[in-house]
Design a protein around this ligand. Structure first.
Ligand code: G6P
Length: 488
């Protein structure tokens, strides 16, 4: 049963499970008549954690997504939400600066150049402390706290210092880079120590966990064995921190359900029609981010048109590029480059009735995305580096007809599990062109064989399984570490 709203000024306490993430799982919306409300954000993490949060009477600590909003904790669909206020300046320094202009490019193999600014770091420490304090206040004695992602890497240690009674987990949604790159970070020691405040540090890929363990060995000289890291604790004892891969997934069954709705299937047919019924539709769906390899994809597609291998009457590329981090310079530049390239290709190849690329710089609701997946013959995931890439899994989940081809970059985390996709190296433009032609021409029997294998993987390993396996490992490791603390 949903609880009544706490009275104004009340603090939420006593939650057995606290999730701490940069963003709250809700978006602030204003309707036509000016009425303001909250809507659940789309996204797998929110859906995955909802049942767990309900069961545990959980709390979620996060930023409400706009500057300067001061809000008391409130109740939303069975979860206590604890808003953390960030000023406009803190958003600039902690979120746009340190998180998305330093950590994001550094952790994605310096595809864009990371900038190291001491004022950003100072703001990052300060804001991480604010999140840690809010989490400490929301957690019941002995509770479990689960910290999410690179914006909050210092929170595990801060929490352990203020609340040694807690079991603390951290999940890193993005890649963790090789030591040769990580070592650039002026604060490499503090970040590792921050993360090692957790009992379990989860990663997307085995390689990410390996890179992390290597960084810990090199910088802190702590011994590591299999997935365990021995972290010195009081009185000469050590805590065992588990650093391991827990590949995230999607709520597959909800995508299956959506893909079977008649109105969504009708919408998919309508999309094909509106595009002029090309023989093949290629689809890209990404946040407009330089990690996604959108430029490389456009280059390969443009060259195929130029070479006369495909024509705009037969093949259309639909590229959804949803707006993201629009005040960070690298994103502003990327948008200009992409739009220039799209304009050139369309200018060179469009006819009155057909377009080469239908480019959409917009975000769409899930229903429309599923219709697009159903309309697409080939899904292009060409990331230069990506923690997981859930779009690849969403496409596969919706293809209950066992048709369609997934082209998948080996640099996306999803490539570890989705081995039946057509694998590509996005840096190899000729290889990508060949793979696109192979996908366009793939006989239905081979599509079916590959898609069935892909679907099995995604449906068996859904996001509920991900959260269960992380929380089970956290419970075991956290309880063992607690026993060490009690009996040093
Ligand atoms: C990635 C990150 C998330 C982040 C999301 C959207 O998936 O791993 O932590 O929330 O991008 O980015 P934004 O900056 O808009 O939160």
């Amino acid at each position: 049963m949903p609880r009544p709203q706490p009275p104004s000024g009340a603090r939420v306490t006593q939650a057995e499970l606290v999730v701490v993430a940069n963003r709250l799982p809700v978006d602030h919306v204003t309707d036509g008549s000016g009425e303001q409300s909250w809507r659940r954000s789309p996204g797998g993490l929110v859906t995955a954690l909802e049942p767990v949060m309900r069961r545990a009477d959980g709390a979620w600590v996060g930023w409400p997504g706009k500057p300067g909003i001061q809000l008391d904790p409130f109740e939303f669909e069975g979860t206590h939400l604890v808003p953390v206020t960030l000023s406009a300046e803190e958003i600039e320094l902690y979120y746009e600066g340190m998180s998305n202009d330093t950590f994001w490019p550094l952790y994605h193999d310096v595809i864009a150049e990371p900038r190291y600014r001491r004022v950003w770091w100072d703001a990052y420490v300060k804001v991480n402390r604010r999140f840690a304090e809010a989490a400490a206040e929301a957690a019941a004695p002995g509770a479990t706290v689960w910290v999410q992602d690179y914006q909050l890497q210092l929170v595990p240690r801060m929490l352990r210092e203020s609340r040694p009674d807690l079991i603390i987990g951290y999940f890193h949604h993005i890649p963790f880079p090789a030591y040769g790159l990580y070592s650039q970070l002026p604060w490499r020691r503090q970040v590792l120590e921050g993360l090692l405040g957790a009992d379990v540090v989860g990663f997307q890929r085995v390689a990410d966990a390996g890179n992390f363990a290597r960084a810990v060995r090199r910088v802190l000289r702590y011994p590591t064995k299999a997935s365990g890291i021995a972290v010195p604790h009081d009185h000469g004892t050590t805590r065992n921190v588990l650093a391991k891969a827990f590949p995230i997934s999607i709520d597959a069954s909800s995508y299956v359900e959506l893909s079977q709705r008649p109105e969504i299937r009708a919408r998919a047919a309508q999309i094909r029609e509106e595009l002029g019924n090309p023989k093949k539709i290629l689809l890209g769906v990404d946040r407009l981010d330089y990690t996604k390899g959108i430029r490389h994809r456009l280059k390969a597609f443009g060259e195929l048109l130029e070479d006369g291998k495909i024509s705009v009457e037969d093949v259309t590329l639909v590229q959804v590029a949803s707006p993201s981090r629009e005040r960070v310079e690298a994103y502003v530049q990327l948008r200009d480059e992409i739009e220039l390239r799209v304009g050139r290709i369309n200018g060179d190849f469009d006819t009155m009735g057909h377009t080469a690329i239908r480019y959409l710089h917009q975000a769409y609701p899930r229903e429309e995305m599923v219709a697009l997946f159903l309309a697409a013959d080939v899904m292009l995931v060409t990331a230069l580096r990506d923690g997981m890439n859930l779009v690849a899994k969403e496409y596969v989940a919706t293809r209950t007809d066992n048709r369609g081809v997934l082209l998948l970059s080996e640099f996306a985390g999803a490539a570890d599990e989705l081995s039946s996709a057509v694998r590509i190296n996005p840096h190899d433009i000729d290889g990508m062109k060949e793979a696109i032609m192979r996908a366009i021409e793939m006989p239905p029997a081979e599509q079916g064989r590959r898609m069935r294998a892909l679907r099995r993987k995604v449906i068996e390993n859904d996001v509920a399984k991900w959260s269960q396996s992380f929380l089970a490992a956290l419970e075991t490791t956290g309880t063992a570490n607690r026993a060490i603390r009690r009996n040093p």
